[in-house]
Structure formats: C-alpha cells, structure tokens
Design a protein around this ligand. Structure first.
Ligand code: ADP
Ligand code: MG
Length: 140
C-alpha cells in the first residue's frame, strides 16, 4: 500500500454546527494524518472554480452558493491509501446511503449539505491540493 495525500474540506454546514474537531477525530482514528489545514471563506466564484467538473450538473449553482455560505476547513490528509480510506470514512454522498459510523451518516444534513469533501483519485487529489496549498504549507 502506498502513502498518499488527499484533499479534504469540512463544509459550511459542519463548521456552522461546530463539528470540525469531531470530524478530524474520525480521520485520525482511521489512520489519516492532518499535514496541512486552514479555515477560509470561499467566494462563490472560487467555489465554482473548485467544482468546475460539476458545471453541467443541475445542482451546480446551489452547491457553489452553499460552499460560499460560511467558513470551510481545507486540509491535506496523509496516510496509507489516503484517498480511498478518506472516502470510506466520509461515507456515501447521500447520507441516507452512508454506512453507520461514517462522517456523513452521523453529521450530514442532506445530499447537498453533506459535511465533507474528499478527492476521488490521485490526479484530482494532486490538483485539489495545489488549488488550496503551496508545498511550503504541507508538513508531513
Ligand atoms: P462526493 O462529494 O461524494 O464526491 P459528487 O462529487 O458526486 O459527490 O458531488 C459533489 C458534491 O455536490 C456533493 O458532495 C454534494 O455536496 C453535491 N451534490 C451531489 N449530488 C447532489 C444532488 N443530487 N443534489 C444536491 N447536491 C448534490
Ligand atoms: Mg466528488
């Protein structure tokens, strides 16, 4: 198994409800290490750029509004198979389908306001990490 890095975002529905620490604890319990982290407020344009891949989806505008609606905590997580391991800890996109004990099963409010983002592949992880962090800000 390879040591990977993945981009994680704790979304506005979760920061609003003061859940940052409880979500980070789930990542750490799963063997993921936070090697970079900052709390920022995205503009709608920045959210739109980050989620450009979903531009044609019907929920794109709603998603960008939501991601700009409050602070987010962006993080780089590192560990063995970090990309898929993080996706496991997150749970399915729709909390109704998320396995018990996952972040989304416990905390998500809806398919849109689902508490966390995680990269889905090595290429997107590299792009998404570079979107938010410089090499100097990542300390493993
Ligand atoms: P994931 O975050 O699990 O990788 P996607 O990449 O498919 O899921 O979607 C990106 C984000 O867009 C989701 O996390 C969610 O916030 C939002 N989203 C996805 N599907 C819907 C939907 N049907 N209605 C509203 N928002 C959605
Ligand atoms: Mg996705």
């Amino acid at each position: 198994m390879a040591i990977e890095r993945t981009l994680s975002i704790i979304k506005p529905d979760a920061t609003r409800r003061n859940l940052t620490g409880r979500i980070v604890a789930k990542f750490e319990e799963a063997g993921l290490r936070v090697v970079a982290q900052k709390r920022i407020r995205l503009t709608k344009a920045q959210a739109g750029q980050f989620y450009e891949v979903h531009k044609e989806r019907p929920f794109y505008d709603e998603l960008c509004e939501f991601m700009a609606s409050g602070p987010v905590v962006v993080q780089v997580l590192e560990g063995e198979d970090a990309i898929s391991r993080n996706r496991e800890v997150m749970g399915a996109t729709n909390p109704a389908d998320a396995a018990p004990g996952t972040v989304r099963a416990e905390f998500a409010q809806s398919v849109g306001e689902n508490s966390v983002h995680g990269s889905d592949a090595p290429e997107t992880a590299a792009q998404e990490i570079a979107f938010f962090f410089s090499g100097l800000e990542i300390v493993g």
